[in-house]
Design a protein around this ligand. Sequence first.
Ligand SMILES: [Zn+2]
Ligand SMILES: [Zn+2]
Length: 451
Amino acid sequence: MAFLGSSEIVDLALKILSKYPLCDYCLGRHFASIGYGISNKERGRTLKTMLFMEAHRLARDNLEEGVRRLRMLSTCGYNPASKFLEKMGYNKPESKPCYICGDALNPKRFIEISSKIAEQLKEYEFRDFLVGAKVPVEVREREDAIYSEYMITTGEDIKEDITREIGLLIQKELGRDIEYKTPEIVILVDIFSEVFEIQVNPLFIYGRYRKLRKDIPQTPWLCRECWGRGCIKCNYSGREYPESISELIGGPAVEYFEAVDFKFHGAGREDVDAVVLGSGRPFVLELKHPRKRFLELKILEEKINREAAGKIEVQDLRYSSRRELRILKTSSPLVSKTYEATVEFENEVDEENLRKITTDMNNIVVEQWTPTRVLKRRADKLRRKKLYYVEAEKIGPKIVKFRIKAQGGLYVKELIDGDNGRTRPNVMELLGNKPIMIQLSVLDVENIEEN
Ligand SMILES: [Zn+2]
Ligand SMILES: [Zn+2]
């Protein structure tokens, strides 16, 4: 069907209504792409009015056909036709529910459910939202069947009517915007059973943490004996370490934003016994189902730093996005990290060999099999990571302070002790001296930039 003239539209509406009683929305929706800035309800109602005018005129020449059409219009809830029939002395026929939607689409129901939704939404801080609709399969099948029976190419999905009507009502009541790409809140409406569900999209916060003390893992670490059930060894806590960085940051944030839960995403992670100094390690905190969205992050920063005093510190908190989280996750193997390692060796350190290390370990690729200490948790595979430099300063006969800059993901402890030759080259082999104690701190994690 290329072009529909107005009389063709009215003829088509007549054919459809003669077979299927339809409400204003469902009739108008067949012609949704024709005419701009009007609702399907207006379209449907207008078509019925035009049919009514024709029926009225027809009733003078061809009473039988005129009355048939008036009864048809009356059946699908067009009141002027019912009144006119009564005036002419006919009984008005019983009106039938809409063949497609069963009259679920009606202004009264839209207003009722919208005001219930708006009432619940008042508990949340948000700028924008989106309405989605759940439509029973059989409703969609009936609609599709009519569209194909009459070769309708100007129609739209019944979902559009539901989301448009409810979206506009909520927008009017609360004064918030409708946002299609990244709405803060999504409302899923089932107008057929009159239920709805509010989905609050997560809030993302970017920041950097410094870890001031050893023995705090980044994420909760379950007890190795009981795997969280609780046993004598862990004093029935189920944990290897009582605290984690993610909880020290996420806990206060959940409270502050009245969220339900959180997920912590670090740009890589350090060993549990390493500290993180310098400008700290970037992270993105994802807050689930937050009631608040526009709070002062400086206050959260102070709250976290106060509650975790002496353990960790956060800084540079700012609002972030899912997009930035994706960048953080994919770029983390690419960022470089600077470590400081204080190492005590078995024997006195040879300064000549030490100098050789700083020249030999300059801008090279280190080959590293999965460290023995993590083999239980990770697959054994060969990694090749860039080592930018190793600086060394002898601070005692057997003690050296190293400064090491490497690509993210390089295991620094193994770079020093060689892990039985599984990491090559390594400090132990080049120095010909065995490390007996290694103390590691992360000095810097190269910034990720939003672009
Ligand atoms: Zn309908
Ligand atoms: Zn345990």
